[in-house]
Design a protein around this ligand. Structure first.
Ligand SMILES: Cc1cc2nc3c(=O)[nH]c(=O)nc-3n(C[C@H](O)[C@H](O)[C@H](O)COP(=O)(O)OP(=O)(O)OC[C@H]3O[C@@H](n4cnc5c(N)ncnc54)[C@H](O)[C@@H]3O)c2cc1C
Length: 479
C-alpha cells in the first residue's frame, strides 16, 4: 500500500514527487513511457515566463511570478542550465501599443516586479536585428530560458534518491475505489494507494473521469518549431514575442540555453494527442511570422524540427482540485505550466494535507543535485580531473564536447536509461549540429556496457524505437 501514487512523470508529477520526498511517506511515481519527461515537459518553448500575460483571476496568474522565482532558485539547488535572457513583447502598431499597456497592467496585478515599456530606439539598441517596423516593446527582465527536461529529470533523480519509487512503462488504464484506498490499474500491474495524484498532462481528463464526473475536456493543441544552428550567433539575445492572442503567446524567436535559436510555436488543435508530426505548410507559416520580428533570421540553418502538444482545455485554467476523496487533480496544465510547476506541486500538497495526508518531515533530506559539465571546467583544472577519472578525457559527442565521464555519470543517477535520447536529455550528447549522427553508436555501446542490457535493446527514444535488429556477420576476432 503506497501513501501516494502519482500518475504522470512530467514536470508536475516529478515536482510533486520531489516535494513529497521531504516527508516520511511511501510514494510511487508512475508513467506510461520508458523515461520521465516525455510529454509536454520535453517539447515546449523552455521559457520561465515573467508573468505579464495570464489573467490575474486564474491560477495561472496567481502562480506565475512565484513559479518563476522558484524555478530560478531551483537552477542553483538542482544545477540546471538557465539563461536569464529577459523577454521583449514587441508592438508594430497602435493596437499592439494598447496590448502592451494591458499586459503592463496585468503584470502589475500579477506581481511582476520589474517591467518597462521601451520606445523604438531603446528596443533597437537592445536588439539591433529586430524589424525596423517595431515601434515599442514591453521589457520583462526577470524571465529567461531553462532546460525544461533537465529540471524534470532533476526533480525525479532527487526524489528517487530520497526514497520515492519510480515505475516506468506503466500505462494507467483504470482506477477503482476500494473501501479506504484506491486501486490504480495499469496494463501490467496494479497498485494500492491511500491518495492518488493525477498529473497526466494531455490525458489528465481521462484519468479524472476514472474516479469523478467529467469536469473538463483536454483539447490537445500542437505547436511546431525550428531549432537553428549556433551559426545564427546572437541574432537575438532575449526572447522576442509578438503580442499574444487568446490561443498562443505568438511565434517567438528565442535563444536557447545551448546558444541555438528556437523559432515557433504555432497553435493547432489536433484530434490525436500523440501526433507530434511537423508539416511543411505550418513550418512555412511559422518561419514567415518569425521573420516579421527578426527579418534576418536564416531558416536554412535549421538543424531540427519538432512539435509539442499543449494540454489546453475547455476549463481555460489549471485544474488543481480535490475531485474525489483523497484524489488530487493537477490537471490541464498548459502554458505557463513549466514555470508554475514548483508552485502547482506545493499547492497540491497543501490540498492533500487538508484531505488528511500526514506530512511528517524526514529528519534528513537532501534536496540538492550537482553534476559535472566538463566543458565548463577551467582548462587548467581539466588535467587533474582526467587523472582522477580518465573517462572525462574521452570526448564522445564532438559537436557539444560531451565526455564519456558525463555520459557514464548520467547513467548512474538513479533513473533507468535505455535510449540514446535519454542520454541526450541528461548529458547533452547528440544535441549538436550532427544530432547524434557521429556519437550515436558510441553512446549505444556505453549504455549497453554500463547498464548491462544488450546493444539490441538500446532504443532511440520511446518503447519500440529499436536501432539495431541483429548481427550482420559472425565475430571473426578468433580467426
Ligand atoms: C508547445 C508548448 C510550448 C510551451 N511553452 C512553455 C513555456 O515556454 N513556458 C512554460 O512555462 N510552459 C510552457 N508550456 C507548458 C508546459 O510545457 C506544460 O504546462 C508542462 O510541461 C505540463 O507538465 P505536465 O507534467 O502537466 O505534463 P506532461 O509533461 O505532459 O506530463 C504528463 C505525463 O503523464 C504521463 N501519462 C499520461 N497518461 C498516462 C497514463 N494513462 N498512465 C501513466 N502515465 C500517463 C505522460 O506519459 C507524461 O509523461 C508549453 C507547452 C507546449 C506543449
Amino acid at each position: 500500500m503506497f501513501d501516494v501514487v502519482i500518475i504522470g512523470a512530467g514536470i508536475v508529477g516529478c515536482a510533486t514527487a520531489y516535494e513529497l520526498s521531504k516527508y516520511d511517506l511511501d510514494v510511487l511515481l508512475l508513467d506510461k513511457e520508458n523515461d520521465v519527461s516525455l510529454g509536454a515537459s520535453r517539447a515546449n518553448t523552455a521559457i520561465v515566463h515573467g508573468g505579464y500575460d495570464p489573467d490575474p483571476n486564474t491560477l495561472m496568474g496567481k502562480y506565475n511570478v512565484e513559479g518563476a522565482k522558484r524555478c530560478i532558485e531551483l537552477v542553483e539547488t538542482l544545477d540546471i542550465e538557465f539563461k536569464k535572457s529577459g523577454s521583449l513583447i514587441v508592438a508594430f502598431d497602435d493596437d499592439d501599443l494598447k496590448t502592451l499597456d494591458k499586459y503592463y497592467e496585468r503584470g502589475l496585478i500579477n506581481g511582476v516586479e520589474q517591467m518597462e515599456i521601451l520606445d523604438a530606439e531603446e528596443v533597437h539598441q537592445r536588439e539591433p536585428n529586430l524589424s525596423k517596423d517595431i515601434i515599442a516593446a514591453l521589457w520583462i527582465p526577470e524571465s529567461g530560458v531553462i532546460n525544461p527536461w533537465e529540471l524534470t529529470i532533476a526533480f525525479a533523480e532527487v526524489a528517487v534518491r530520497e526514497g520515492v519509487k519510480l515505475s516506468l512503462n506503466q500505462n494507467v488504464i483504470n482506477i477503482e475505489k476500494q473501501d479506504d484506498h484506491y486501486l490504480v490499474i495499469t496494463e501490467t500491474d496494479q497498485f494500492e494507494a491511500k491518495y492518488v495524484v493525477n498529473a497526466a498532462g494531455v490525458y489528465s481528463d481521462k484519468i479524472h473521469n476514472m474516479v469523478a464526473e467529467p469536469a473538463f475536456k483536454i483539447n490537445p493543441t500542437r505547436g511546431q518549431y525550428f531549432l537553428l544552428d549556433r551559426a545564427n550567433g546572437e541574432v537575438v539575445k532575449s526572447v522576442i514575442f509578438p503580442c499574444p492572442t487568446p490561443l498562443t503567446k505568438g511565434i517567438l524567436v528565442s535563444p536557447t540555453i545551448h546558444d541555438n535559436i528556437l523559432v515557433g510555436p504555432d497553435a493547432q488543435a489536433i484530434p490525436d494527442a500523440e501526433d507530434t508530426s511537423t508539416t511543411r505548410e505550418v513550418l512555412d507559416q511559422v518561419g514567415e511570422e518569425a521573420k516579421k520580428s527578426v527579418p534576418s533570421l536564416d531558416l536554412r540553418t535549421n538543424i531540427r524540427n519538432y512539435s509539442g502538444i499543449r494540454a489546453n482545455s475547455d476549463y481555460n485554467d489549471f485544474f488543481v482540485k480535490i475531485s474525489a476523496p483523497n484524489f488530487l487533480d493537477l490537471a490541464a496544465i498548459k502554458s505557463p505550466g513549466l514555470t508554475c510547476a514548483p508552485v502547482i506541486a506545493t499547492e497540491g500538497i497543501k490540498l492533500l494535507k487538508d484531505e488528511g495526508l500526514d506530512l511528517k518531515e524526514k529528519e534528513e533530506w537532501d534536496g540538492t543535485r550537482k553534476i559535472v559539465r566538463f566543458k565548463e571546467i577551467p582548462v587548467e583544472e581539466r588535467a587533474k580531473f582526467i587523472k582522477k577519472n580518465p573517462e572525462y578525457g574521452r570526448v564522445i559527442c564532438r559537436c557539444e564536447h560531451i565526455t564519456e565521464g558525463e555520459i557514464v555519470a548520467a547513467l548512474h543517477r538513479g533513473l533507468p536509461v535505455v535510449s540514446l535520447d535519454a542520454v541526450k536529455r541528461r548529458a547533452g550528447a547528440g544535441m549538436g549540429r550532427c544530432q547524434g549522427g557521429f556519437c550515436g553508436p558510441r553512446v549505444q555501446e556505453i549504455i549497453a556496457r554500463e547498464t548491462g542490457i544488450s546493444p539490441l535493446d538500446v532504443l532511440q527514444n520511446r518503447s519500440g524505437s529499436y536501432i539495431l535488429i541483429g548481427e550482420t556477420k559472425e565475430d571473426s576476432s578468433d580467426n
